[in-house]
Ligand binder design. Structure first.
Ligand SMILES: [Zn+2]
Length: 389
């Protein structure tokens, strides 16, 4: 399954219809959330999608306007809510919240949508043809199509496609064509080849503007028209920053997957790192996890490989001669090995160690741990070790 996102341009009538469609989807979602919450609070029981779906049929008789819009997205709203509850019960997400008229709007069509590249349109049940800007084409079977309207008033169609393409022939997964990648704060990325990729330029200026717009929103009276206007301006500023960032992440990931056979990452415990206030801003800006997801997608589409090693402390402290620099602090950018006299750039060294350890056979870990005396350990190992200390 692959997703394609296109800007769409509904005409005046379609905009009106979509407003109604979004409104009904939202209404059904909030109505079902209400039912589920009450059932849980009073009887400590859940309600299945099938049961809610049955009750929605009754609701539709009562509220006739629900039948004026496409019915598939209403069903999908129930399924989305069910997924939100599943996430909540698995303790992965917060309790589902009511959908607001002012947030991002969406409606999903699980079938009967036609994507027509020839006419530059997408055809939806009940809505008809909507003009689309096709930035790229695809072959395959169209599955779910979701229409969204952003806070800034733009419309998009996300098309989920079941690809008919054969999986590409994988290239050899060997150390010779691999690259080690160290994600860092001073640079976005350091390659084991020695190359350093800077963070995207001038984000500070954009962030200052966002900060100022935030303040403007908070000064306006709640529920006022001026506050709405300020919120849209703020959302536009966010949109610009994230577009710039996405563009950067796309370019870097495309180049790496093109140039190398295997990309080696260190499993950055991003959740743990963001607890540090100073680091979190940088990490949020640079979007490492999104970057890795992009690399994974592009690698699998091109027969390339990803290797991830457990996070291990000495990636920037371990010389290839086996010496370990225990005193290295975050501010030391370079250091000289007292044993073999090699000068190390900490980031390049880390990238090289990540590559080296990515190709160490993990199943030999029962032994002494190799010549370096230090094998990468995964998170669980670290935890056990800590609790033993
Ligand atoms: Zn050394």
């Amino acid at each position: 399954m692959k997703a394609y996102r296109y800007r769409i341009e509904p005409d005046e009538k379609q905009v009106e219809f979509l407003a109604k469609q979004f409104g009904c989807s939202r209404f059904v979602y909030n109505w079902a959330l209400d039912l589920k919450t009450k059932a849980w609070q009073t009887e400590r029981k859940g309600i299945s999608v099938f049961e809610i779906s049955r009750q929605m049929t009754l609701l539709k008789k009562e509220k006739e306007w629900l039948s004026e819009v496409a019915s598939q997205p209403l069903q999908q709203s129930l399924i989305h809510l069910d997924k939100a509850f599943t996430g909540f019960f698995k303790k992965k997400t917060d309790y589902p919240r009511y959908k607001s008229k002012w947030g991002k709007q969406s409606a999903s069509f699980p079938q009967n949508v036609e994507v027509e590249f020839s006419s530059g349109t997408i055809v939806f049940p009940k809505i008809g043809r909507i003009k689309a800007r096709f930035s790229r084409t695809f072959t395959g079977v169209v599955k779910t199509v979701t229409i969204t309207k952003t806070v800034t008033g733009k419309y998009f169609a996300s098309v989920l496609v079941e690809s008919e393409n054969q999986a590409p022939v994988p290239v050899p997964d060997v150390e010779e064509t691999a690259v080690g990648l160290d994600l860092g704060l001073t640079h976005f990325l350091t390659l084991s080849t020695g190359e350093k990729v800077e963070h995207p330029k001038h984000p500070e200026k954009d962030l200052d503007r966002i900060k100022a717009l935030h303040q403007r929103v908070s000064r306006k009276k709640k529920g006022s028209k001026n506050r709405r206007k300020a919120i849209v301006k703020l959302a536009l500023a966010y949109e610009r920053v994230s577009n710039k960032r996405d563009d950067f992440l796309q370019k870097v990931s495309t180049r790496l997957v093109r140039d190398f056979g295997t990309l080696c990452f260190e499993d950055l415990n991003v959740a743990g790192m963001t607890q540090n206030r100073h680091l979190s801003r940088h990490i949020g800006q640079s979007g490492w996890s999104k970057f890795k997801i992009l690399c994974e997608g592009k690698a699998s589409a091109n027969g390339k490989h990803i290797r991830t090693i457990g996070r291990f402390e000495p990636s920037s402290k371990l010389c290839s001669c086996g010496y370990r620099n225990k005193d290295l602090s975050l501010s030391d950018r370079t250091w000289v090995c007292p044993v073999c006299k090699t000068t190390h750039d900490r980031d390049i060294l880390a990238a090289n160690n990540i590559k080296r350890f990515a190709f160490v056979k993990q199943n030999t870990s029962g032994g002494t741990g190799g010549e370096s005396g230090e094998m990468p350990v995964n998170k669980r190992d670290r935890r056990t070790r800590k609790s033993q200390e």
